[in-house]
Ligand binder design. Structure first.
Ligand SMILES: Cc1cc2nc3c(=O)[nH]c(=O)nc-3n(C[C@H](O)[C@H](O)[C@H](O)COP(=O)(O)O)c2cc1C
Length: 216
C-alpha cells in the first residue's frame, strides 16, 4: 500500500483554506478505493523546534561518535526523516506568509534536510558538492495566499518566494515530481477568490484521482 506523509502548516484549524485542500485531496483519494497509509505531521499545530548550535554540532558529528546528549538533540529530526523516507507521496499544505513559507514549515525543513541523511556532501564533486540521497517521491504542494499573481512574469512574480523555495528543496525530500495547486485572492474575498477556490478544489480532486490510479 502506498504511504503519504501529510504536512499541514497552517496554524488555523477552522478557517484554513490549505487544510480544506489537503482534506479534499484525501477524501478524493478515498473515493477511488485505492488503499493509502497516511502519516500526519501537523507542523502548524505543533511547530518543530528551530535548530540550534548544539543541533548543528550533533548533525555534523559522525553517527558512531555522537554522545547521548547529541543523539537526544537529533531525536525529532530522526523521526521526521524516517517519515520522509517511508513516504511514496508527500503532501505539503501551506499558507504564504510574508511572501514565503511559515516559520513552522521552515523549521521542519531545517530538521529534515540533513547531511549524510537526506544529502551527501563531497567536495570531489566540484562546485555542486551536495547530492540528494532520496528519490522517486511525488510532492503535492497545496497553497493559499491573500494576494495573487506570484508566478513568473505575473503581477507579483518578484515576490513569489513560497513555491520556488519549496521546489528548490524538494530534491532533498526525494521528490523530483512536484505538483502545485493554489488558491489566490483570499484577502479580496471577491468573485476572483471564489473562482480560484472552485478551480483549486476541482484540480485537487483530479490530481488525487490521477495519482491514486498509479497505485491501483
Ligand atoms: C501572518 C500572515 C502573513 C501573510 N502573508 C501573506 C503574504 O505575504 N502574501 C499573501 O498573498 N498572503 C499573505 N497572507 C494571507 C494568507 O496566505 C491567506 O490568508 C491564506 O489563506 C492562509 O492559509 P490558511 O487559510 O490555510 O490558514 C498572510 C496571512 C497571515 C495570517
Amino acid at each position: 500500500m502506498p504511504s503519504l506523509l501529510r504536512i499541514d502548516a497552517s496554524p488555523r484549524q477552522t478557517k484554513s483554506l490549505t487544510r480544506m485542500l489537503s482534506n479534499q485531496f484525501l477524501s478524493a483519494w478515498k473515493s477511488t478505493g485505492v488503499g493509502l497509509e497516511v502519516m500526519p505531521r501537523d507542523v502548524g499545530l505543533h511547530p518543530p523546534a528551530a535548530i540550534s548550535e548544539s543541533w548543528i554540532d550533533a548533525a555534523f558529528t559522525s553517527e558512531d561518535a555522537r554522545s547521548a546528549a547529541q543523539i537526544a538533540q537529533l531525536e525529532s529530526s530522526e523521526v521526521f526523516i524516517d517519515e520522509v523516507q517511508r513516504a511514496d507521496l508527500i503532501l505539503i499544505a501551506t499558507p504564504m506568509y510574508n511572501y514565503g513559507m511559515p516559520a513552522a514549515l521552515k523549521a521542519w525543513i531545517d530538521q529534515v534536510v540533513r547531511i549524510n541523511k537526506t544529502f551527501s556532501f563531497d567536495l570531489a564533486r566540484g562546485d555542486r558538492p551536495l547530492e540528494p540521497t532520496l528519490d522517486g517521491k511525488t510532492l503535492v504542494l497545496l497553497t493559499a495566499s491573500g494576494e495573487f499573481g506570484f508566478g513568473p512574469g505575473e503581477l507579483n512574480g518578484d515576490a513569489g518566494h513560497l513555491v520556488p523555495h519549496i521546489r528548490t528543496v524538494s530534491k532533498y525530500l526525494g521528490a523530483g515530481d512536484l505538483r502545485h495547486i493554489g488558491i489566490e485572492y483570499q484577502e479580496f474575498g471577491d468573485d476572483r477568490f471564489e473562482k480560484s477556490k472552485t478551480e483549486a478544489i476541482a484540480n485537487v480532486e483530479a490530481l488525487s484521482a490521477q495519482l491514486a490510479e498509479r497505485h491501483r
